[in-house]
Design a protein around this ligand. Structure first.
Ligand SMILES: *[C@@H]1O[C@H](CO)[C@@H](O)[C@H](O)[C@H]1NC(C)=O
Length: 136
C-alpha cells in the first residue's frame, strides 16, 4: 500500500513538472493577456530564468530566499511557502504549478512596480537580441 501511494505521488509530480516549448510559453502568455509588444522580452526572461520549467526552484539566494517557477519569483517579497501571502498574496507552490495563471498575475505585479529590470536574467541576457517567435 505504501509503495502504491508513493508511486501515485511520483506520477502526480511528473505530470505537474513540465518543460514548455517556446511556442507553448507564447500561447500561455497570450492567454493570460501579456501585451504583444512585450512578448519576446517575457519569452527571453522565462527561458533564461527557468528554462521554461514551471517547477523550477533556483539556487538558494545569498539572503536565504528562493526563486520559484517559470518567472523565478522570489519568496522574500512576493510569495509565502505553504500558504497565500506576501505582496502577490500567493503561495510559492502555486507559482510552480502547471497552470501559469497565478505566476502570470504575480509577474505582472512585479513588472508594474519595477519593469523588466526586476529580473537578473533579463538584465543580463535580454537587452541585446530577443528570441524569434515568428512561427508561434
Ligand atoms: C489572499 O488570498 C487568500 C486566499 O486566496 C484570500 O482568502 C485573502 O482574502 C487574500 N488576501 C488579500 C489581502 O487579498
Amino acid at each position: 500500500m505504501k509503495s502504491v501511494c508513493l508511486l501515485f505521488v511520483v506520477l502526480v509530480a511528473a505530470v505537474e513538472a513540465r518543460q514548455f516549448s517556446r511556442c507553448e510559453i507564447v500561447k500561455n502568455l497570450r492567454h493570460h493577456g501579456f501585451p504583444e509588444q512585450q512578448m519576446r522580452d517575457w519569452v527571453c526572461l522565462i527561458e533564461k530564468e527557468s528554462q521554461n520549467r514551471n517547477d523550477a526552484i533556483g539556487k538558494l539566494n545569498a539572503d536565504g530566499s528562493w526563486d520559484h517557477g517559470l518567472f523565478q519569483i522570489n519568496d522574500r517579497y512576493w510569495c509565502s511557502r505553504g500558504h497565500a501571502g506576501k505582496d502577490c498574496n500567493v503561495s510559492c507552490e502555486a507559482l510552480r504549478s502547471d497552470n501559469m495563471g497565478p505566476a502570470a498575475k504575480c509577474a505582472k505585479k512585479i513588472f508594474a512596480r519595477h519593469g523588466f529590470s526586476a529580473w537578473t536574467a533579463w538584465r543580463a541576457y535580454c537587452q541585446g537580441g530577443l528570441p524569434n517567435i515568428g512561427n508561434c
